[in-house]
Design a protein around this ligand. Structure first.
Ligand SMILES: [Zn+2]
Ligand SMILES: [Zn+2]
Length: 347
């Protein structure tokens, strides 16, 4: 049975963007659990921390000093994993093996000078400014020689390995297209060819027809917990019109998008009255000069927690096999997020 209460769902669901099956085994979510628990993170950091490498006026490891910035501040990562200075004189690989220089551009984007805030706690206009900064970064980096993709992502919370809580995200402009984007771009191009419709338009249409997984919506933006979610509280935020990247959103669409993104993040924080850890990624078309008319920009938020202090483990099905096993009902988790108030609990 797939009722809105949804606890009895036991089926496989097709993930059309990844072109893979997700096993939904929510019928056994009350089974005894002996997995790893994680403690709540401390919540009261000061507005400025003198040894934070992201706070205004502070020194960074590379020797640079942050300006007394106000609003968004962007700099080249002092510990880049891809960079223009990556070694080019590499040891030759043997036989089938291949290697090449790790070239690209890695940047850090501070959302605000305030050390103690999160994206969910920023004002509407601050989030609009951030979206504008992301637009300009994509435009600039896409034209750099050899850049085939621009990945913007935020890791938030100690459980995803973040030691510095200063609100920030990262940008990797790479000489290859990240695998998830490659898969989504392929699926989107095939769907457009076969149906003349962008794949993501059909995903939105199905969510709007069902409505049980929609978290937030306004004139031009929608947030939903997808039918085929792999994580318990996975949420997508997308413009309703198809844009290959954030760049072509109008000012009105940016405002609308900022409002829905903000409300979505607030609901996640409010769910357990704690900063909600996640990996958030902007999925934008590759910049490899391919035909990406079917690609529909969206943000994916992947929270690793299933309960306030219980991690979703990636194990046999996910790491061993490559497909996800979900222990929760997307309909039930969406209902939980809809029930919490849209005003941040810290206010
Ligand atoms: Zn800081
Ligand atoms: Zn995506």
């Amino acid at each position: 049975m797939t009722s809105a209460s949804g606890t009895a769902i036991w089926e496989e669901r097709w993930h059309p963007l990844r072109e893979e099956w997700v096993i939904v085994a929510a019928h056994r979510q009350d089974r005894p659990w002996s997995g790893e628990t994680v403690p709540h993170e401390p919540q009261n950091s000061p507005a400025y921390v003198d040894d934070c490498y992201l706070c205004p006026g502070n020194a960074r490891v590379g020797g640079a000093t942050n300006p007394q910035y106000d609003g968004v501040f962007i700099f080249d990562n002092d510990h880049p994993c891809v960079g223009v200075t990556a070694p080019v004189d590499l040891s030759p690989a043997t036989g089938i093996n291949q290697n090449r220089p790790a070239q690209g551009i890695a940047r850090v984007v501070c959302y605000t000078p305030r050390h103690d805030l999160s994206l969910a706690q920023l004002e509407q206009t601050e989030i609009e400014n951030l979206l504008g900064a992301w637009q300009r970064q994509y435009t600039e980096l896409a034209t750099q020689p050899g850049v085939k993709h621009v990945l913007v992502f935020e890791n938030k919370g100690e459980v995803v390995g973040v030691s510095n809580p200063h609100p920030h995200c990262q940008i990797y402009a790479t000489n290859f297209v990240f695998k998830t984007i490659e898969i989504e771009a392929g699926a989107s191009a095939r769907h457009l060819l076969q149906t003349a419709r962008p794949l993501f338009q059909d995903i939105i249409a199905a969510e709007q027809k069902d409505r049980s997984r929609i978290i937030g919506e306004n004139d031009s933006t929608i947030a939903f917990l997808p039918y085929f979610a792999r994580y318990a509280y996975e949420v997508y935020v997308a413009p309703k019109q198809t844009h290959a990247s954030l760049v072509s959103l109008s000012d009105a669409e940016v405002q609308s998008f900022a409002a829905v993104l903000r409300e979505t993040l607030v609901r996640l924080d409010n769910l357990w009255q704690m900063p909600f850890p996640y990996v958030m990624a902007l999925h934008q078309a590759p910049t490899d000069s391919g035909d990406h008319r079917g690609f529909h920009f969206h943000i994916e938020i992947h929270p690793p927690l299933r309960k306030p202090n219980l991690l979703k483990y990636l194990a046999g099905p996910e790491i061993g096999g490559g497909n996800f096993l979900s222990d929760t009902s997307p309909e039930q988790k969406a209902a939980e997020l809809r029930e919490v108030p849209p005003l941040h609990y810290s206010l």
